[in-house]
Design a binder for this molecule. Sequence first.
Ligand code: ADP
Ligand code: MG
Ligand code: ZN
Length: 560
Amino acid sequence: ACSSAQSSGSSKPPKPSFSKQDLEHYEESGITHSQLSHVFQLSNFRPLQRAAINLSMSGKDLFLVMPTGRGKSLCYQLPALCSKGFTLVIAPLVSLMEDQLMYLKSVDVPAVTLNASSTKEDSKRVLAGMIDKNSPFKLLYVTPEKIAKSKLLMSKLDKAYNMGLLARIAVDEVHCCSQWGHDFRPDYKLLGILKRQFPKVPLVGLTATATSNVLKDCQKILCVQEPITLTAPFNRPNLYYEVLQNKERYKNQSGIVYVFSQKDAAAVATDLQKKNILAQPYHANMEPSDKSLVHQRWSSKKIQVVVATVAFGMGIDKADVRFVIHHTISKSIENYYQESGRAGRDDGSADCIVFFGFADIFRISTMVVMENTGQQKLQNMVAYCQNVDRCRRAMMAIHFDEVWNDDECNQMCDVCRHGNDYITMDITKHARDVVTIVEMASSMDEKLTPLKVCDAWLGKGPAKHRKTITVTSLSRLEVESVIIYLLLHGYFSEDFSFTPYTTHFYLKLGRKAALLKNDNHSITMKMKRRVMSHATVRQSINSAEVFIFHMQAVPFFHRF
Ligand code: ADP
Ligand code: MG
Ligand code: ZN
């Protein structure tokens, strides 16, 4: 058995899943729809909910990996109602618990919480209720800190366990256990005590994001012997994915705009306000009370848009988010999937749009410079944005090692919807020219930022940077695309330089640059065809491509 949270133990890795037949069996039997509709007023189970509920009811330990908003909570709330005693739920944030308690109250399910802000009387009542045979509540929400620090709570749990009243343990956001996960919480590391102390109580760990390594780690930390892992299909068919290089839209619909920095949050919010859009900023440095005020106003539709840094994340449970716009690209596809996935939780269609800006790549690159795999992850995100010929869902599916069939997109991404709007260009000569610029600079002991390289190539800035080459005929956007392509494919690479105040990003020759000296070497890249449509000529001028769709929607805002 697992003797300490740190023990390497002998536990096996989680089973990826069990057989398809097993799954079908659990998806089709056991808990009934009437139990679902009776209390929760929902008409159908979503994929895997029924299997998860039945497995947990039959006493199995379970890891449930399901995108955010798909309904993981139901998978312990419904079993809680159908079992004697109460279910212990560990959740990382008090705000998360409060949302759930509010919801449970609205459907008449008795639930309580114990956390740092509970009053003495509340705590007393809750602790007494835990060992009351009449079970005055079916769910008890606690923070991991409570488990780690409150001996009183542990003693009551012990007593409840011996009385057969501790029905189940749910560990929400279970990836917080693992340092490999992105939200590590030290107190989650101590939760192994639960399974060691209460081995007969089935445990369910829930998360939206864990990779199999993270799950293995969680399994070890939680001292779960042989959990069954259920992984929901990651595809969100109702989300429309798009990448733009500029643009507009949306009226009276709730949304989130993700930005790079606190400064950007304030600036973009102000821009939107000037356009009479009810927008407010949100970032980590705000007072907690201001943060929750913005969150509340947005939830109750008093404001339309939250302009946020990634600090606006966990605990956001608004069902009718109609758009998530990334004003700046995310630092990885994992982050993007998570952030954009906050749209359309009500199953209604919603848009997930990324504004792909050249300079942003380097801002993020320097931000993640300390992370081991930071550049690689960013490059994958950039490749997602740069892509013009592959279904965006397919790109994500491949990234997450999902089995994928291209029809599943159902025209719900810009690439599938707008089809083959790209041309294959031979960029060999262009590549030679731009690589020469960087080479020449370096022979003069100079380093060039990507922006300087663009300028030099377009004929701006000091002439010494383009002595042996001619000014390019490409547009600025094309110039940027070529440089990004060369960076993604190893003709250029990052050259960071650190000052006490900031990190600079320069371009240097990459491992493949020398190939360009070879006459037979050629490079082709897919680029968007230049299209000017009647509807968008107004403001597009220098964008290499313009999208027209949702013409019924009134133009919403412009990035630039
Ligand atoms: P998660 O924890 O996976 O992020 P939640 O459990 O918070 O998701 O559920 C998200 C939303 O989905 C909630 O509003 C919930 O009521 C709703 N929901 C859950 N199950 C169903 C279902 N079977 N049908 C319709 N809505 C559901
Ligand atoms: Mg949840
Ligand atoms: Zn597609």
